[in-house]
Structure formats: C-alpha cells, structure tokens
Design a protein around this ligand. Structure first.
Ligand code: GRF
Length: 213
C-alpha cells in the first residue's frame, strides 16, 4: 500500500512536480493524494489539477494572523484526506509547534542549502557572498526549530566562478528534484535512518549512511 502523502506549497511547484512524477511509478512507496496551497494563485495548483490530484487552497490571509487557526484548518484537511506523510515544498509559512508536533517524524522539508549552512532565506546569494565553493540542498524532517531537523538526503553542487544567483539556483534546483523523491521514498518505505541500500548508493546525491565511493 502506498503511503498517502500531501504536499504543501506556496508557489511554482517544481518540487511538487518531481514528487508527482516519481510517485507514478507503481513501485514508489508513496502516492501524492493531496496538494494544499496557502496562496490562491500558486502556479503549483495547476500542476496538481493537471495530474488529477485533489488540490485545496487554505489561504492564511483570511485568518488575519491567527496562525493556530490556520494550522488547525490545514491539519483538519490532512486528517480528512487520511494523509500519512506531509512534504513541504516551497511552503513559505513558518510552522508553530502545534502542526510540527502533530506530524513529527512524518513531515519533510526541502531547503536550498547544505544545512546547517545557510538556514532561512536567500541561500544562493548568501553562499555566493560567503565565497562558498560547494553549495547544495537538503531534505530533512521538520522540527520546531526552522531548517534544523534530522537530515535524510543532501546533494552538493559546485559553485562556479561565473555563477550568479540565478545560475546557482538552477544548478541546485535540478538536484532538489532528484533528492526530494529519494527522501520521500526512504521515509515512506521505512528506510529513513537505516544504512543506504545498494540501489541508493549514489555519488551525488549522497544519502546519509552511504559508503564513500
Ligand atoms: C525550492 O528552492 C525549495 O528548496 C525552497 O523553495 C523553492 C520552491 O520551489 N524551499 P518550487 O515551488 O518547488 O519550484
């Protein structure tokens, strides 16, 4: 049985698309059963509709700063759809301990840096400004502290001399689309935290637990 998974978005939805595509494989242990956006105009909503996936807008603005009530509405929608796992994919709201606690160990986030370097926003500009030679992306379990939960998968990319924010972001994004499906596969298949299987022993992305090549 595939694990019923929801994806929370706020915008473009390219990671959502990568997850939808991966989950089409009958052997993939999760199905994308619900997409929720807090932004009514998020382009990712169209991707969900095109894929025939239930999509809901739960806008935060009508809640006028009542974060608890907004999160309660999201939690209600997740529960009503019998969701087991949640993927944050460009979801641009900070979560309160309520929602984090409800989904502890069952909620993933993708972040565009090699955590613990560069938590927060503008990661590519900050990596360039710091003179980093290596940058990348991370999928981690969500905990109360932002961008700091246990790491499932990371991918590294080089920072090239001519890079600007856009070229570096594009190189990282291509790897995000590889590691997010891999991380969801590990979590949904019950393999997260176990040593990497031979099939996932990749040089880049390199799942934690993998042997050095
Ligand atoms: C990605 O770079 C992700 O790492 C970050 O927000 C961006 C979302 O992009 N959290 P998309 O909406 O998945 O295309």
């Amino acid at each position: 049985m595939k694990r019923r998974t929801a994806v929370l978005i706020s915008g473009r939805g390219s990671n959502l698309k990568a997850l939808i595509d991966a989950a089409r494989d009958p052997r993939f242990p999760a199905e994308i059963a619900l997409v929720i956006s807090n932004e009514p105009e998020a382009p990712g909503l169209k991707l969900a509709q095109e894929a025939g996936i239930a999509a809901q807008v739960i806008a935060h603005r009508p809640f006028r700063g009542d974060r608890a009530a907004h999160e309660a509405a999201i939690d209600h929608a997740l529960t009503a759809a019998e969701i087991e796992l949640v993927c944050l994919a460009g979801y641009m709201r900070l979560l309160t301990p309520f929602l984090v606690g409800r989904w502890a160990g069952r909620m993933l986030n993708i972040h565009p840096s090699l955590l613990p370097a560069f938590p927060g926003l503008h990661t590519h500009a900050r990596a360039l400004a710091a003179g980093a030679k290596v940058h990348g992306c991370t999928v981690h379990l969500v905990t109360e502290e932002m961008d700091s939960g246990p790491i499932l998968v990371q991918a590294a990319v080089p920072v090239l001399p001519d890079d600007d924010e856009a070229t570096l972001a594009a190189r990282v994004l291509a790897q995000e689309h590889v590691i997010y499906p891999l991380a969801l596969r590990l979590l949904a298949g019950g393999e997260a935290g176990k040593p990497a299987s031979p099939a996932s022993r990749l040089v880049n992305p390199l799942p934690i637990g993998a042997e050095a090549p």
